[in-house]
Design a protein around this ligand. Structure first.
Ligand SMILES: [Zn+2]
Length: 142
């Protein structure tokens, strides 16, 4: 009974994505989402949420490329229009900026994707809770 209520409990997508983007557990908000640069922790030490079931896959790099491209290209065009620097300056400056912006934003985007997956009960987050609910039901019956 309690487990079904937990399963039906709404999860705030915006809050979960915001917490994930800041490297926090999407459930409790403790700063334990990543154990390395892009390695998601297996479990949250604070609330015990199993984070190993996430399947962010290629979504974070895709969104990162999309975001960084939409920032770097207009800036490069404005710089070209205003200052007309030599091409090697463009290549050097904007390549470095693109790499730096990507490295900075990739964990942020990945955290947000993991948070969204948790909020929508996708992939391992849904299966884990269903298994947990079944275990709880079995314990209640016995
Ligand atoms: Zn947690």
């Amino acid at each position: 009974m309690i487990s079904e209520q937990v399963l039906e409990e709404p999860r705030l997508r915006g809050q979960a994505m915001w917490r994930g983007a800041r490297g926090q557990c999407p459930s409790c908000g403790e700063k334990q989402l990543f154990r390395a640069y892009l390695k998601v922790s297996d479990d949250c030490p604070s609330c015990g949420l199993n984070l190993s079931g996430h399947q962010a896959d290629d979504a974070p790099p895709y969104f990162t490329i999309f975001i960084v491209g939409h920032i770097i290209v207009p800036v490069a065009l404005v710089v070209e229009k205003l200052y007309t620097p030599p091409l090697y300056v463009h290549a050097l400056v904007f390549s470095l900026l693109a790499v730096l912006a990507s490295l900075i934003s990739l964990p942020v985007v990945k955290g947000a994707v993991v948070g969204l997956q948790w909020a929508l009960r996708l992939h391992g987050f849904a299966a884990t809770e269903k298994v947990d609910a079944q275990v709880d039901k079995a314990v209640e019956k016995s």
